[in-house]
Design a protein around this ligand. Structure first.
Ligand code: ATP
Ligand code: MG
Length: 239
């Protein structure tokens, strides 16, 4: 039995592997926006970076479970791992809306780098209409240039979104709980960690430590499963 009017954060990604940058961004948004929970959704087969992914969908799901298992308000959804074919956010959002009910709000948390590609996603306009977008800062990317750098073609594909720039320290309960109009994108400035999964995979390849970039549980999983090592073949991760 699901409760109506829930405030659900949804964080999608390939999580290859999940790292402290993802977890810290989710933690900050959870508290600032007074969410009920954050659901991490590992993308099994994202259309835009399928050939870059090294760990299997199940392994990435397991790493997200290990990293979030001790946080009561974080959970992980197998929705995209279980769905055959390409992983499209629009399909996940439709399923989330059915699952949590029309009275609930889905806060789709994406980093600014991912948001810049939104116009290329399947049914981008619908994606923006189905969720309240929260775009988080990421080192090397300028949040305050997001709106200005959008081309008119992108604007059209996204249904003419409007951006609202917020500093996380200035988000009051009233701001957090405000019902924003459709297609308002919240750009949230906050301290973000300069960590990426690609850098972590590279460190492992070079035989270097990844401690303090990922949780200890994820570091142990990577070592046990010999993920990201140069000798790791595709066959190793097909399970
Ligand atoms: P890769 O280097 O393989 O692309 P990544 O570190 O970018 O990995 P993803 O799984 O691609 O991780 O990202 C999932 C989501 O988390 C995206 O919306 C991305 O913008 C966001 N994100 C990734 N790293 C950070 C970080 N350090 N701080 C805040 N958000 C992040
Ligand atoms: Mg990425």
């Amino acid at each position: 039995m699901l409760v109506l009017s829930m405030r659900i954060g949804m964080m999608g990604g390939t999580f290859d592997p999940i790292h402290l940058g993802h977890l810290r961004a989710a933690e900050e948004i959870y508290w600032a926006f007074e969410l009920d929970r954050i659901v991490f959704v590992p993308a099994a087969r994202p259309p835009h970076k399928d050939d870059e992914i090294e760990a299997s969908p199940v392994q990435r799901y397991e790493m997200v479970s290990l990293a979030t298992g001790d946080v009561p308000y974080f959970s992980v959804s197998p929705i995209e791992v279980n769905r055959p074919g390409c992983s499209y956010s629009v399909e996940t959002l439709r399923e989330f809306r059915t699952l949590y009910g029309e009275g609930s709000t889905i806060y789709f948390i994406v980093g600014v780098d991912a948001f810049q590609e939104l116009a290329t996603w399947k049914d981008a306009k619908e994606v923006l209409a189905l969720a309240q977008f929260i775009v988080t800062a990421r080192p090397g990317w300028r949040l305050d240039e997001v709106e200005r750098s959008m081309t008119s073609a992108q604007r059209q594909l996204l249904g003419e979104p409007r951006c609202k720039y917020l500093k996380i320290s200035e988000i009051t309960p009233q701001i957090a709980r405000r019902r924003y109009e459709p297609r308002v994108v919240l750009l949230v400035e906050m301290v973000s960690l300069d960590i990426s999964s690609s850098e972590i995979r590279q460190l492992v390849k070079e035989g270097k430590s990844i401690r303090y970039l990922v949780t200890d549980t994820v570091a142990a999983y990577v070592a046990q499963n010999r993920l990201y090592h140069l000798a790791c073949t595709q066959a190793d991760s097909q399970r």
